[in-house]
Every structure is written in structure tokens, then in C-alpha cells.
Design a protein around this ligand. Structure first.
Ligand SMILES: [Zn+2]
Ligand SMILES: [Zn+2]
Length: 422
């Protein structure tokens, strides 16, 4: 039997992992539920499932930046004997773009693209990852909105997995969801098309990186954009893209990654390419683009909808968690200014801050201890070979080109060198 691999890998139209999983079952000539029960589920959960009736969880997201995505990627790399399937998900964007709501729960598709693929044969049909991005509302090529409901039975909620799932087909009635072009006026703006094109560019980035390299982290990117295009002013940047200043400052400080919507707006305003933004930070033009598009203040929900109860709930959840969430991060989730969260729930905010501070201190101590033992190990090895390492040699041996820029890291290196008499 010939092997199959994800369609259009390495391009902006790469197949999503959920589409590949469904197609893989088809390729094995079994239904999706059979593949799931006999091969996928046992790989994901090591406990024996014999005798129990395994159900496919209905709304599962395996194409985003989640633990589930990671588990499914590993599982299918093994099942399909493919080295790296992370490019079929948004996993390479962890820490680069906010994970929350980055992909939609249900599938979306361009009926014309589906039809075009079907013309080349059933084997050529797949669903690209870019259709699952929450920010992408339209097909750039056909300048039409992506669909989310079946043309036959009109049902939405088209989650990718169902017992007899097939790519391009409705999960309820099984109908083909492609459609030829219609001559109706399509409600697509230039900005929609811009976003669709930029998101394809974005999705193709992981494939151009040299082995072992990563995309730049969110805070690094936002700082660079602020400095190059907005003369170092986070507030000016916030104004230009219609974002709350408090949130932009949070992105800059690295408290949480910026969402895709923010990067799309920045790209529109600056004219910078995705590669410049996320890979090189070397911008060809540093003038703001002449785009006349003005952005409304980005608020997913009007302020009044955020009830006292939901603020308190979010804070309480953070308080019961491991402490990794700050009030600032909660405010971003709620799409509010941190100051508003503090004003409306001062006691809980204060408790969350204390909890978060303890977490930050503990993880800093842990990081320091880890770094200390790594430095000790590296220096001992140099000493064993009778070498007194230069800064460059140390940077390389520690795989940490920035270690001499950090005060505390410099101190650790100095202390450990003295200890070993180097
Ligand atoms: Zn299309
Ligand atoms: Zn249907």
C-alpha cells in the first residue's frame, strides 16, 4: 500500500491535521471511527480500552496550539511514519501568537476551492489549515466568504470528527459541500482578502526555517515593530491598530502573546511581510504604509456584557490554578483593561496578583537552579579538558547566545567559574 502524506506541505495551503486524519482513514479503507478505536485512541491513551466502547469526543480541536494538538501530532507521526506533522497544526506558533481561539471549533471551507480540487479526483480533496484560522473569514483566491453550514441540510457546527467523517462532506448528511461559483454579490472587504493572503504566508513560515530554528517570540516581535515603526511608542502603536494600550504594553512586556488579529492589523498598517515580522525582524521599508484603513477599537464583546460574575469567575479560576495567570492576562481574556478588572474586583485581583507573584518567583528560582547546574556541567567539562572558555565558547556550549546580556545569568557564570577556579 502506498503511503500518503499531508497535501501541499510546506506551503500556505498545507492540509490541516484533522483533514489528514480523516483522509488517512479513507486511505486505509476504514471509517474514521474504526481508525480512531483501533489505532488512534490506544496511542493517545495507554490504558487498555478493550471491551469499552470508545467514542470520538465531539468538539475536539487538534489543529491549534494545545496539548491535544501535540498528542495527535505525535500519534499520527507514528501511525503514518512521517517525521514531522507539526506544520499541519499551529504548534510552531506557540509563544509567537496567542493560542486562545486561534482556530475555530468547526470546519469552514470555500465551496469553489473544494469543487476545484474534486475536479482532479477524490484523492485531491483536502481541507487546508488556513480555513480553520479564526481570523480568516474568506477565500483570498475566490474573494468569497468561507462557508460554515452544509448547503444541503443547512446544519452548522461542522466539527471535523464523526464516525464516518469525509473531507469536504457534511458531518450530518454526508453531502458534498463544494459548489460552483455563483453570481451573487459577496460581502468580502479588501481587508478580509488581505488577512486571508497574509495568513497563508504565515502558515508557510515554519517550512522556511532552517532545522532547529524557531519563529521569533511574540514580545520580541512586538517590541521590534514598536521601535521600528512607531518610534518606540507602544501607545502610538495601540492607537494605530485600534487596540487597548494596556494590552499592547502586556504584549511588549511578554506577559502573554499577542493575538493573530493584532498582528494582522499591524501588518496592514506597516506593510511588513510575515517573514519580516516573524523570522528576520529586518524590515525593508520602515515607513507606515499609505493604507487608509482605520481600525475600530478591537473589542470582541461590548464592555457591558462582561458581568461582575464573569470577572469574578475568571479571577477565581486563576486563583484555583497554578498561579501562571496574572490579572493582566485575565483582562486580555476578558478583552478589558487590567485597570478595569482591578476596579471592579479589587479583593480578588489582589489575591490573584499575590498568587501570581509567588508563581513567578518559584519559576524564576527553578530556572536559575536549572541554569546553575547547566553552567556547572559545561564549565566542568571545559576544566576537565584543561580549557578556560571564552565568552563565545561558553555561549555556544550553553546554547544560549544571550546569556551574557542577562544580569543574573552573568552572575551565575561568574560564581560557578570562581567555584571551579577557572
Ligand atoms: Zn476558494
Ligand atoms: Zn448536511
Amino acid at each position: 500500500m502506498f503511503r500518503i502524506s499531508p497535501s501541499e506541505a510546506g506551503t500556505g495551503r498545507v492540509e490541516s491535521l484533522s483533514s489528514f486524519s480523516v483522509r488517512y482513514a479513507e486511505h486505509m479503507a476504514v471509517t474514521f471511527v474504526e481508525l480512531y478505536r483501533s489505532i488512534v485512541h490506544p496511542r493517545l491513551f495507554s490504558e487498555s480500552t478493550r471491551g469499552t466502547r470508545v467514542k470520538i469526543p465531539p468538539a475536539m480541536v487538534i489543529d491549534g496550539i494545545t496539548k491535544t494538538a501535540q498528542d495527535w501530532t505525535r500519534a499520527f507521526e507514528h501511525i503514518a511514519s512521517i517525521d514531522d506533522l507539526s506544520g499541519c497544526t499551529l504548534l510552531p506558533f506557540a509563544g509567537v501568537i496567542a493560542a486562545r481561539r486561534i482556530v475555530t471549533l468547526s470546519r469552514r471551507w470555500c465551496p469553489q476551492c473544494l469543487d476545484k480540487m474534486a475536479e482532479r479526483g477524490r484523492h485531491a480533496v483536502f481541507e487546508p489549515l488556513v480555513w480553520r484560522l479564526d481570523e480568516v473569514k474568506s477565500c483570498g483566491e475566490h474573494r468569497r466568504p468561507l462557508e460554515a453550514t452544509c448547503p444541503k441540510c443547512a446544519k452548522g457546527g461542522q466539527y471535523p470528527f464523526v464516525a464516518n467523517a469525509r473531507v469536504g462532506c457534511c458531518r450530518y448528511c454526508g453531502s458534498w459541500m463544494g459548489q460552483p461559483a455563483r453570481n451573487v454579490k459577496q460581502d468580502v472587504t479588501d481587508f478580509d482578502v488581505f488577512v486571508a493572503e497574509k495568513c497563508e504566508e504565515l502558515i508557510s513560515l515554519p517550512a522556511i526555517l532552517p532545522p532547529g530554528a524557531h519563529l521569533l517570540q511574540s514580545s520580541v516581535v512586538v517590541q521590534a515593530l514598536r521601535d521600528v515603526f512607531f518610534r518606540g511608542s507602544g501607545t502610538g502603536m495601540a492607537r494605530a491598530v485600534g487596540e487597548l494600550p494596556g494590552q499592547v504594553h502586556g504584549y511588549i512586556k511578554g506577559e502573554f502573546p499577542a493575538p493573530l488579529a493584532f498582528f494582522m492589523r499591524v501588518a496592514a498598517v506597516t506593510g511588513a511581510s510575515m517573514r519580516e515580522i516573524f523570522v528576520t525582524n529586518a524590515f525593508e521599508s520602515t515607513n507606515l504604509s499609505a493604507s487608509t484603513h482605520t481600525f475600530e477599537l478591537r473589542r470582541a464583546r461590548p464592555r457591558r456584557v462582561v458581568t461582575q460574575e464573569s470577572i469574578d469567575n475568571a479571577l477565581q479560576t486563576a486563583l484555583n490554578g497554578d498561579g501562571s495567570k496574572s490579572v493582566q492576562a485575565i483582562a486580555v481574556d476578558l478583552r478589558m483593561e487590567a485597570a478595569t478588572v482591578w476596579r471592579r474586583s479589587p479583593n480578588l485581583s489582589s489575591k490573584v496578583s499575590q498568587h501570581h507573584a509567588r508563581y513567578v518567583a518559584a519559576s524564576a528560582a527553578l530556572r536559575r537552579a536549572e541554569f546553575e547546574s547547566k553552567v556547572h556541567e559545561v564549565l566542568s567539562s571545559f576544566k576537565g579538558r584543561g580549557i578556560r572558555p571564552t565568552q563565545d565558547e561558553l555561549k555556544e556550549a550553553l546554547h544560549d547566545p544571550a546569556c551574557f546580556l542577562d544580569d543574573w545569568k552573568r552572575t551565575v557564570i561568574r560564581q560557578q567559574s570562581r567555584k571551579l577556579d577557572l
